[in-house]
Design a protein around this ligand. Structure first.
Ligand code: 26Q
Length: 819
């Protein structure tokens, strides 16, 4: 019997070989001779998943242990990336799996490429949630990530004629071996309708919500293994379905079409991820999605809590619920509704539980990115929640008025309801009022939060505010994606750094060591060669791995200033055109990132990069010294190839606009040097790695706001800077658009007349700083030292550090004791 168990659980090569063959036959139902690459991938994935089950089931059984607080991370997005490689790393079975497959004539790397990544997020916020789950499991904290099982994730990006084209992400097409459907874990979620008052058997007036629709959420569970921690946490995503009773009813009255319509509506809720990284006003389905997953998740927590205790009084001791931005902030009203309407709590007791349970993370200062819902729309979907919000607001503002007598302006500014013109529910206010802690995602961001969007909240309740600077997991972003560097580092200092990255400091004694330096350079060079091969295959462009790889990958946004980078490239191009012998440091410029499908300016920036690239790449005067690449479909999988191959990380947002950034950390951790503004976490990265190992340029956040309040005129800079003027004139004049002066006119017009993101004001500082970068890259030894020091000093930016801070400062959660 033990022999039978061994092939399901064991991590030796033989056991894995048998397990893979077993799944190929009994799960995939394929004879060896007919097995496709996907069959092999699936068989391997199931064999790996089997090896997660003992820890997972043990961890799940701890959810019933009332002593332990469970962290519940509510997020509309989880950008997990491919599971297979990560699980092999965290379980410690990468090499035996490779050998087992080799014995079966299969190549592990090929199977790793077979996995379709679950792209259930837009960018930073969704990827942060994924890094946090990795750290929670690694730190042995019992946790559940709750979200939506979108049938279609973020679109796949193709580039056609230089423009972005969106293709549906059919990630479930070939099946998903990592998830387990739990058809017995379902909840009903009401939508629309009206409320009624009635008197209960005790004579209390209560409220009944009579919806006009009911949908069902079904749980889909994915295990999240910690790095060799013995704990496997849970990602529970909700799929929406029709409730059986509904179509039955309609069918009985003969209204077949209405029944089908109701079913389609139900299934629409979890159909597709909104591909925008800021809200669009008035999208009812989006509010439906948010409420749907929040309601399922809170009902699930209530169920789990009631397995531990017989009263909800102690709910806040069972769960610490983190709101990943305002997207799940309806949780404030929903938890109140569950307690007051469904579990007969008094308002005050319910409110105390709600605030003790919830905490809110803010990820943006941009006013246009703050979520708000038009009142009529909100009322039509969530009539009961609107009443609850009014009551929360009434009590909150009464308190404010009591303490700050006579300041009516203050109450209006703090109100959850925006009453300046069209009325809206302000979700950041709802989240702030309903939480016991509010945090920003980098030191600068938190300071600005307190001075701007949440200023009034900070003034009345400074004790609620925390900073937790973001972090990234070194498991995916180093061990998995950069095995060469991982091996080199581990040879020198051991592998303790993987969970304790402060140990990377142990590399500092080797910075000047010749052999270490050459080994370091060799790793980077190999990573660049691999990326060069992929670039050739995907774009046809040939790039030289000896050139400086200058990389700008992130969502396309005006505030992130991809077009400032374009101005830099055109400037270098012009220098060559003016003097073809000019001594320029050869560079490969790599862009990547998706634009929201409805964001015209972002799509035009993609077109500009490609159009400008065509001209530069094909100009014989350039003689291959500059190469411009737009790497299509930037996602987690592609990021894993790009970050390890970068020499230079571009973090050039207008100061004060990027809340944190996390790509900045991934680059630096992989030995790229940063050119950046004092924005988001760049500030702290520079502090850690040392100012001499960081290329700083540009206005500070304070200077940006001063410049703007003094009446910024971009034309002044345009008039004064000749290289800048030349570049803009060329874009406007059609040099990059076959003479078409209309194509980029909107972009040029915006730069010259508004320039909201101060490209023109920062242009010269950026160019000058890039000249210093070019010079520095020529001193290979010095560059390598800086690269090593960046890695050695990145410990702070591990998501483990961030999660420890959340645990101690916000959640009061602790690790499971080692057994
Ligand atoms: C909201 C309503 C309706 C539709 C879409 C949205 C929506 C979706 C995604 C709004 C925002 C997002 C994503 C925001 C995001 O990724 N923000 C980034 O979060 C990172 C993690 O904290 C930071 O590092 C980045 O600075 C921040 O831009």
């Amino acid at each position: 019997d033990e022999g039978r168990e061994e092939f399901r659980r064991g991590s030796a090569v033989d056991a894995l070989t048998r397990a893979i063959l077993d799944h190929l036959y009994f799960t995939q139902a394929r004879p060896l001779t007919l097995a496709t690459r996907n069959d092999w991938y699936m068989a391997l994935a199931y064999a790996v998943r089997d090896r997660m089950l003992d820890d997972w089931l043990k961890s799940l059984s701890h959810l019933r242990n009332r002593e332990l607080k469970i962290v519940s991370y509510l997020s509309a997005e989880f950008l997990m990336g491919p599971h297979l490689g990560n699980n092999l790393v965290n379980l410690g079975i990468m090499e035996p799996a490779r050998e087992a497959l080799a014995a079966l004539g299969q190549d592990l790397d090929e199977l790793l490429r077979q996995e379709e990544e679950p792209g259930l997020g837009n960018g930073g916020l969704g990827r942060l949630a994924a890094c946090y789950l990795d750290s929670l499991a690694t730190l042995r904290v019992p946790a559940i990530g709750y979200g939506i099982r979108y049938e279609f994730g973020i679109f796949d990006q193709e580039i056609r004629d230089g423009w972005q084209a969106e293709k549906t992400d059919k990630w479930l097409r070939l099946g998903n071996p990592w998830e387990i459907c739990r058809p017995e874990i379902t909840y009903e979620v009401k939508v629309g309708g009206h409320t009624e008052r009635f008197t209960d058997e005790k004579g209390c007036v209560r409220v009944r919500w009579v919806p006009n629709k009911v949908v069902k959420g079904v749980a889909y569970d994915t295990p999240v293994a910690g790095y060799r921690s013995g704990v496997t946490d849970l990602l529970r995503l909700w799929k929406s379905e029709a409730v059986e009773s509904f179509d039955f009813q309609a069918f009985n009255v003969g209204d077949y079409y209405r029944a089908v319509e109701a079913k389609i509506f139900s299934e629409t809720i979890s159909k597709v991820l909104y591909p925008n990284d800021e809200p669009e006003i008035g999208k009812a389905l989006r509010l439906g999605q948010q409420y749907f997953f929040v309601s399922c998740s809170l009902q699930d927590m209530v169920r789990i809590h009631l397995l531990r205790e017989n009263s909800l009084d102690t709910f806040a001791a069972s769960f610490a619920v983190q709101l990943n931005d305002t997207h799940p902030s309806i949780a404030v009203a929903e938890l109140m509704r569950l307690l007051v309407d469904e579990h007969q709590f008094e308002w005050d007791a319910a409110w105390q539980i709600t605030r003790a349970t919830l905490a809110y993370t803010n990820h943006t200062l941009l006013p246009e990115a703050l979520e708000k819902w038009p009142l009529p729309l909100f009322a039509s979907i969530l009539p009961r929640h609107l009443e609850i919000i009014y009551e929360i607001n009434r009590r909150f503002l009464d308190e404010v008025r009591l303490v700050h007598q006579g300041d009516d302006q203050l109450a209006a500014r703090l109100s959850i309801i925006d009453e300046n013109g069209e009325r809206y529910v302000r979700m950041a206010h709802l989240a702030s009022v309903g939480s016991h802690a509010i945090n920003g995602v980098a030191a600068l961001h938190t300071e600005l939060l307190k001075q701007t969007v949440l200023k009034d909240f900070y003034e009345i309740h400074p004790e609620l505010f925390r900073n937790v600077t973001n972090g990234v997991t070194p498991r995916r972003w180093m061990v998995l994606s950069n095995p060469g560097l991982t091996r080199l580092i581990t040879e020198r200092i051991g592998d303790g750094w993987v969970t304790n990255p402060d140990e990377l400091r142990g590399l500092e004694p080797f910075v000047a060591d010749q052999t270490f330096q050459s080994a370091w350079q060799k790793v980077k060079r190999e990573n660049k060669s691999v990326l060069a091969g992929v670039i050739k295959a995907r774009t046809g462009i040939v790039v030289d791995p000896a050139s400086l790889f200058d990389v700008l990958v992130k969502r396309i946004h005006e505030y992130k200033r991809q077009h400032l980078k374009v101005l830099h490239i055109i400037t270098l191009y012009n220098r060559i055109k003016h003097d073809p012998q000019a001594d320029v440091t050869p560079r490969t410029f790599i862009f990547g990132g998706k634009a929201a499908p409805g964001y015209f300016m972002a799509k035009l920036i993609i077109k500009l990069v490609n159009s400008m690239g065509e001209v530069v790449n094909s100009d014989p005067d350039v003689a291959d010294r500059l190469k411009v690449v737009f790497f299509p479909d930037f996602n987690v999988t592609n990021g894993q190839m790009v970050y390890p191959a970068a020499d230079l990380s571009e973090q050039i947002s207008t100061a004060g606009k990027e809340a944190s950034g996390t790509g900045n950390m991934k680059f630096s951790l992989n030995g790229a040097l940063t050119i950046g503004t004092l924005d988001g976490a760049n500030v702290e990265i520079r502090e850690e790695v040392g100012a001499e190992n960081f290329f700083l340029f540009g206005l500070t956040a304070a200077e940006v706001s001063d410049l703007k309040s003094g009446g910024y005129d971009p034309r002044k800079w345009y008039g004064e800077k000749t290289e800048l003027r030349e570049a803009i004139d060329q874009i406007a004049g059609g040099l990059f658009s076959h003479g078409d002066r209309g194509l980029f006119q909107p972009l040029v017009e915006h730069l010259l007349n508004r320039d909201d993101y101060l490209l023109l004001a920062d242009y010269q500082a950026y160019i000058d700083c890039q000249d210093r970068v070019s010079a520095a890259f020529r001193d290979r030894k010095r560059w390598t030292e800086m690269s090593i020091l960046n890695v050695a000093r990145m410990g702070k930016f591990s998501s483990d550090r961030a999660i420890r801070e959340y645990c101690s400062d916000i959640w009061q959660a602790s690790p499971l004791p080692q057994d």
